[in-house]
Structure formats: structure tokens, C-alpha cells
Design a protein around this ligand. Structure first.
Ligand SMILES: [Zn+2]
Length: 283
């Protein structure tokens, strides 16, 4: 075995963070939390930074998956992470790479004056809202346990919205009414399929009691899909309502600013930009 004399100069973890999920909802092998429920976060390498600038890889989530693998080695399967956890990790990686302070520049909603403020990565991570683990729907003797959507589904939804916006624009250009209707229907069907996938992905498990009085719990994705394709539409509606409650979990990106214009002094809130597309140019 050869040893690299440079090894002691490799990057060391810069910070530790909890995750909004606290590791709940994951099957074995997705991530390994420390005893304190945290993960170590390293700064990006120059290769990671190059990945960050590839727009195609960003759109399909490949960049983010690779960067998490590089900077958070305790995550073994980044694509299986919940969207809220990916969000928190990307903020932590930004902090590990570029420092704690995140500057924000925006216009005062009252007078239009430019207001510059700063937020803190550590403060955002420290105040993250945990994903509730007790959101469920009871239906026909079944208990449907819910979770926030995975990063994979978030990406699929983003790509699909992007394609849909483009096809809606091209549908508007079609002159023939029948063709227009057909194109519209196709686009509508795609959106409906996506909605279904989001609902499906939000279901963590379905449990109940069988005819022999034995309790069962189903986590198999194919079994859950088959149930959702064959159950009352009421189930989908109720799941959607509850999923919205889960959307509130995660890191807080808002920061409070005050307009420096003397006559104004307006106090307002804005969002910190932790968007990976923006932060590659933020250093
Ligand atoms: Zn103002």
C-alpha cells in the first residue's frame, strides 16, 4: 500500500450540521449520521466548483448529487435524500467553502433604494425546522404515513415545469384548433402524471391489519403505487392537503433588513440566496 505524503494536507471538515429530517424516513445505506445526529461538511474542491457552473448538470441534479458526495462523505446516496435535507446541505457547503456570511442586496419595497444586508450560514442551520414525523392520513382502516418529497422528485418536478412552460408557449402558436386541443391535452396529462408522482413520493408507509388480524406495514414503492392507482381519489386529495404541512420544514432563508434611506427606514424581510446557481459566483 502506497501512502501519499500529501495526505495530511487534504481538506478537513469545516463544520457540522444536523439535517431537517434528523435521518428519519431513510432506508439503510442512504446516510450515516454521527452519534450526535450530525454530518461533517467539507469545502468544495476546484472540481466541485467547476461542476457548479455546468447548467445542464445543475438542471438534472447531477452536479448537486456529486458535490454532496464530495463534501459530505457521510451521505452515501445523495439522490435518495429528501429535498429539505439537500437544501440544508447546500447551505452548509456554501458556508464551508466561502465563509459564514452571506450578503444580500435588494431594493426597498417602499422607496426603491438599494439595501444591502447579511445573513449567517450557521444561524440558518441552527434554526432549521425539523420535519414532523407524525403527519398521517387515516383512510378505510389504513394509516398512510407521509414524508416530504425526495430530491429526485424535486428535480423531476423542476424539469417538468420547465418543459411545460415551454410547450404552453409553443401551443399558443398553433393555429389549427384541433391540433391545439390535442397538444394541450398531452401537456395536461404530463402534469397530472407529475402530480401523481409527487403524491406517491410523499407516502412513506401504509399500515393496517389484514383479515387474520395480523398487522402489516408496506414500504415497497411498487405496492404503494399499485394501491394509489386503485384507491378512491379522496385518498390523493387528503394526502395532498397534509403534504403542504411538510413543506414548512427545513432551513429558514429569510433575513430582516432596514432601509438606510433617512426619510424611509422601512423594515422588511427578504430571502437569502442559497441557490447553487448563484453561489458559484458569490465568492
Ligand atoms: Zn426605503
Amino acid at each position: 500500500m502506497s501512502t501519499n505524503p500529501l495526505k495530511s494536507h487534504f481538506r478537513a471538515p469545516k463544520l457540522f450540521t444536523r439535517l431537517p429530517s434528523g435521518g428519519a424516513f431513510y432506508s439503510e445505506g442512504v446516510l450515516e449520521l454521527s452519534n450526535t445526529g450530525e454530518v461533517e461538511v467539507y469545502a468544495m474542491t476546484s472540481r466541485d466548483e467547476v461542476m457548479m457552473r455546468n447548467p445542464d448538470a445543475l438542471l438534472n441534479g447531477e452536479s448537486v448529487a456529486q458535490i454532496i458526495t464530495s463534501c459530505v462523505p457521510q451521505v452515501k446516496k445523495p439522490r435518495d435524500l429528501l429535498g429539505a435535507d439537500v437544501d440544508a446541505l447546500m447551505v452548509a457547503i456554501q458556508g464551508a467553502t466561502y465563509g459564514d456570511e452571506v450578503t444580500v442586496s435588494t431594493n426597498c419595497p417602499e422607496c426603491g433604494n438599494t439595501v444591502i444586508g447579511a445573513g449567517s450560514v450557521q444561524a440558518s442551520l441552527a434554526t432549521m425546522k425539523e420535519v414532523p414525523t407524525d403527519i398521517k392520513v387515516e383512510q378505510d382502516g389504513l394509516t398512510i404515513e407521509l414524508r416530504p418529497v425526495t430530491y429526485e422528485t424535486t428535480i423531476a418536478a423542476g424539469v417538468s415545469n420547465f418543459q411545460n412552460a415551454r410547450s404552453m408557449a409553443s401551443i399558443a402558436m398553433i393555429e389549427d384548433d384541433m391540433e391545439k386541443l390535442q397538444a394541450f391535452n398531452q401537456s395536461y396529462m404530463k402534469m397530472a402524471e407529475l402530480n401523481f408522482l409527487v403524491i406517491l413520493d410523499s407516502i412513506y408507509s401504509i399500515s393496517g391489519t389484514d383479515e387474520n388480524g395480523e398487522e402489516f406495514i408496506v414500504t415497497d414503492r411498487d405496492n404503494i403505487r399499485e394501491y394509489m392507482e386503485n384507491c378512491d381519489s379522496e385518498v390523493g386529495k387528503r394526502v395532498t392537503e397534509q403534504v403542504n404541512l411538510l413543506g414548512e420544514a427545513g432551513i429558514d432563508k429569510t433575513v430582516s433588513l432596514q432601509c438606510q434611506e433617512e426619510a424611509c427606514g422601512h423594515i422588511f424581510e427578504t430571502n437569502l440566496e442559497f441557490d447553487p446557481v448563484n453561489f458559484s459566483t458569490a465568492s
